[in-house]
Design a protein around this ligand. Structure first.
Ligand code: F0G
Length: 460
């Protein structure tokens, strides 16, 4: 008999989590203005808000933390981290930052100016924010396949090369660089193929442009290339990663994802001029060149995490769990962005809560219902997150309306996934009775989803 799959790790330390009653959850939700970001984490049973900084570190990472060198300048821990990054990515210059968006801030301060155009594949919100706040434009060139959640397509994160070409042909002089997000978070944790990365490189070269990878989940991307793309099944993850980064000029990194740490980030590049430019901003914004917002111990843990998470077994354990939850949802007929992504499942609320008008935010309503059902916290990636059009101030209803269930790394067991799937099925089974959603009581102008106050629609 063939042996079943099991994780490539065992558990050495546990953290208690608590179930609550429906009455408690109803009260907590009212107190939180129907915005799950406003809940206390203790009020959550299974927390799938994000996979960012929420994973479990290994014994080797914890051990490495004890060896952190906390010197202000020239710490040994920085050089250990830098050497690991250079070995894994091939980039010689490394600028540490406290997290991913800080790396964006430092690099974009050097490179992005008013009127610029930064094409890419579904820029993450902070990436877009750092472009738009500089009065520049983020142009989304993701393939159209990503918009059809029911379509099974192996590389839904890809850049549409003809869309990118059109941008470059029209406005190449305004483009400071191209940014490719691997994996494509917003499109559903969907990977970008090596073929596509090569095509982006070729087009960039044709127009004399440089390419940055937003690399938060680069290791998961490499895993999908190995599994799904012809010619890569015999290559190691580390070989695939080196090949991927050979096609870029630099990378911004949120180490809170694929470097398996709770906090940290960096910018890395092969170009001395980019390094010099970033140096000017890292010191005032983040800290000195050899720590940039991280402790010595953080840099030690990051170095070990990068090594661990570019090994096949670790990634296989992770993606297997995401696919396990996806298989349960298939069994129950619950629609999500297909195929299962790297770090999360994106549930298609518009195909579930069909009676809730879009003005009442179906994906947010689904998020609220799932929390009420079992204390499970997902996150709306839909019409609330999309903010208003900066010119018309109208809600933007042209994108997808999804609820993301992001799975922290090495944190929950498949039993927890069973609970998540069953709770979602219970909501799904009563979907016809859910006819009203939520209305906005108060919102901020930008990134409103974090702080928005909501109330049940149709109630005072
Ligand atoms: N790029 C991508 C693709 C991301 O997913 C994130 C964060 C960032 C950049 C910013 O990194 O949080 O370290 O500043 N994504 C988290 C999420 C917050 O929940 O998807 P950060």
């Amino acid at each position: 008999m063939e042996l079943p799959f099991a994780e490539s790790w065992r558990i050495k330390m546990v953290e208690h989590i608590r179930k609550s009653t429906k009455e408690e959850r109803l009260q907590w939700l009212r107190d939180a203005h129907y915005n799950v970001f406003q809940l206390r984490a203790e009020q959550v049973y299974i927390d799938l808000l994000t996979d960012s900084g929420t994973g479990a570190m290994s014994d080797r990472q914890w051990a490495a933390m004890m060896t952190g060198d906390e010197s202000y300048a020239g710490a040994r821990s920085f050089y250990r981290m830098k050497d690991t990054i250079t070995r894994i990515t091939g980039f010689e210059y490394v600028v540490p930052t406290h997290q991913g968006r800080a790396a964006e801030n430092v690099v974009f301060s050097h490179l992005v100016h008013e009127g610029d155009i930064v094409p890419g594949n579904s820029h993450f919100d902070t990436t877009k924010g750092h472009i738009e706040s500089r009065k520049a434009f983020a142009v989304d060139c993701t393939v159209d396949e990503a918009k059809d959640t029911a379509l099974d397509y192996p590389f839904k994160g890809n850049v549409d090369i003809s869309k990118l070409r059109r941008v470059l042909e029209a406005d190449a002089d305004k483009v400071p660089f191209i940014i490719v997000t691997i994996t494509n978070n917003t499109a559903g944790g969907q990977p970008v193929s090596m073929q596509n990365l090569k095509e982006v490189r070729a087009l960039a070269d044709e127009f004399g442009k440089r390419v940055i990878f937003d690399s938060a989940r680069f290791a998961e991307n490499a895993y999908f290339i190995k599994i799904r793309e012809n010619g890569y099944s015999d290559k190691t993850i580390k070989e695939i990663v080196r090949e991927m980064f050979s096609l870029a000029d630099g990378m911004t990194m949120s180490a809170k994802k694929d470097a398996l740490v709770n906090m940290g980030g960096f910018f890395a590049t092969r170009h001395a001029d980019w390094y010099e430019g970033a140096k000017r901003f890292v010191i005032p914004f983040e800290g000195y060149l050899t720590y940039g917002g991280m402790n010595g111990r953080d840099m030690e843990a990051l170095a070990v995490g990068l090594d661990e998470n570019t090994e096949f077994d670790n990634l296989h354990s992770r993606i297997h769990q995401v696919e396990y939850l996806a298989a349960k949802l298939d069994e129950y007929g619950i629609p999500y962005q297909r195929p299962a992504g790297g770090h999360a499942l994106f549930i298609d609320a518009s195909r579930i809560l069909t009676h809730v008008p879009k003005e009442e935010f179906p994906a947010q309503t689904l998020t609220v219902e799932l929390y009420l059902e079992a204390g499970i916290r997902g996150c709306e990636i839909g019409y609330i997150l999309a903010d208003r059009d900066p010119v018309t101030r109208e809600n933007r209803f042209d994108g997808l309306d999804l609820m993301r269930l992001a799975i922290p790394r090495r944190t929950y067991t498949d039993n927890h996934m069973n609970v998540v799937a069953a709770a979602l099925k219970n909501v799904y089974d009563r979907r016809e009775s859910i006819t009203r959603g939520v209305r906005i009581v108060w919102e901020s102008e930008l990134m409103r989803h974090f702080t928005v106050r909501l109330a049940p629609a149709g109630q005072e």
